[in-house]
Write a protein that binds this ligand. Sequence first.
Ligand code: XBP
Ligand code: MG
Length: 263
Amino acid sequence: MLPQALIFDVDGTLAETERDGHRMAFNAAFREAGLGWTWDEALYGELLAVAGGKERIRAFLSRHQPGFDPPGGESLETFVARLHRMKNAHFARLLEQGAVNLRPGVARLIGEARAAGVPLAIATTTSPENVERLLARTLGPEAPGWFACIVAGDMVPAKKPAPDAYLRVLAELDADPGRCMAFEDSAQGLKAARTAGLPVVVTPSHYTRGEDFTGAALVVSDLGEPARPFRVLAGDAGGAGWVDLGLIRRLLEGQARAREAVR
Ligand code: XBP
Ligand code: MG
């Protein structure tokens, strides 16, 4: 039986966007705005616990710049929104420059799902513009249209680890969560998808390695390619070396059996 849908997180899962794009873009925006702030790798790793770029800037201000007042009497909300727009313009430029590439196996699995008629969807904390630009730049200009639904952070009341983005995708697709597979790179994303009732394949990314992925159906280094198999980090891949529709079907069947066993 084919899965009802494959639902992908974006940042860290489709590509190493945090490492190769967002952090640099935040720093470029701070320079452009004449602010003397730099988010180094360690600080960014800490700030990533706050989902959402605008929320992350606010968390940084309250934790690391407590006395900060926006310039020219601007409200904090307007200032943060303006800085975040600047950051996204830098992120778009980095994408155009080809600084961000898809992780192994992503394009292959998306292609296999399309060929088999399995619906694709996105549940992300970033903005629709960032998603569309990333998909278009890495998979081709038509790629955003391959996704039956793209639910982004500001479209739902609460960002991950809340399940809202996944619940909205499931409602839009009228899909049974137990028959879909979600793809995530972080413990926060895993929690969001599990709370929505979805089985999850986790491919840890640069900033999320070492997080606790208890509850994942499978944790692998990446989605793998025939010429470059994944490493299994937790769970049973049944000897497979890459995530394809056959492995997803076996994982979904295993999860369904596990649910039956506890009934
Ligand atoms: C991603 C995020 C986002 C990105 C930046 O989380 O938290 O905030 O870091 O994007 P996830 P924006 O992978 O769980 O969706 O600046 O557009 O928010
Ligand atoms: Mg992510």
